[in-house]
Design a protein around this ligand. Structure first.
Ligand SMILES: [Zn+2]
Length: 104
C-alpha cells in the first residue's frame, strides 16, 4: 500500500516585503553575477584566490539576499532558518519536520 506521505505541519507565515523593488533585485543579480565571474577568473590565477574567493562569497551572499529570504522558526523545535520566499515548504535541518508554508 502506498500511504500518504509522513505527517506534516502547516504554518502561516506573513511574507515580508523586500525593501528592494524589482529594480534593486535586478541590480543585485547583475552585480552579484559579475562579482562571481570576476572572482572565478581571479581564482583561476592561483594568486588571485586571496581576492577572488571572498569576492565570490560576498557576491553569492548579495544574490541570496536579493532573492527574498526570510527567517522562519520551525513550529516543532523553534529552530530559526532562512527560507526562500518562493519555497512552498520547509524541511527542518534540526528535527527533520516537514512543514508546509502558507505565505500570506
Ligand atoms: Zn525543527
Amino acid at each position: 500500500m502506498n500511504e500518504a506521505r509522513e505527517k506534516y505541519v502547516s504554518l502561516d507565515v506573513e511574507k515580508k516585503k523586500s525593501a528592494l523593488g524589482s529594480v534593486g533585485k535586478f541590480l543585485g543579480l547583475i552585480v552579484g553575477g559579475t562579482g562571481i565571474l570576476i572572482g572565478a577568473i581571479l581564482c583561476i590565477t592561483i594568486i588571485g584566490i586571496l581576492f577572488g574567493l571572498p569576492l565570490m562569497i560576498a557576491s553569492m551572499g548579495l544574490i541570496l539576499s536579493v532573492q527574498g529570504y526570510q527567517m522562519i522558526s520551525c513550529p516543532t523545535c523553534n529552530k530559526k532558518q532562512k527560507v526562500l520566499q518562493s519555497k512552498e515548504n520547509l524541511d527542518c535541518v534540526k528535527c527533520r519536520q516537514f512543514t508546509v508554508i502558507n505565505w500570506k
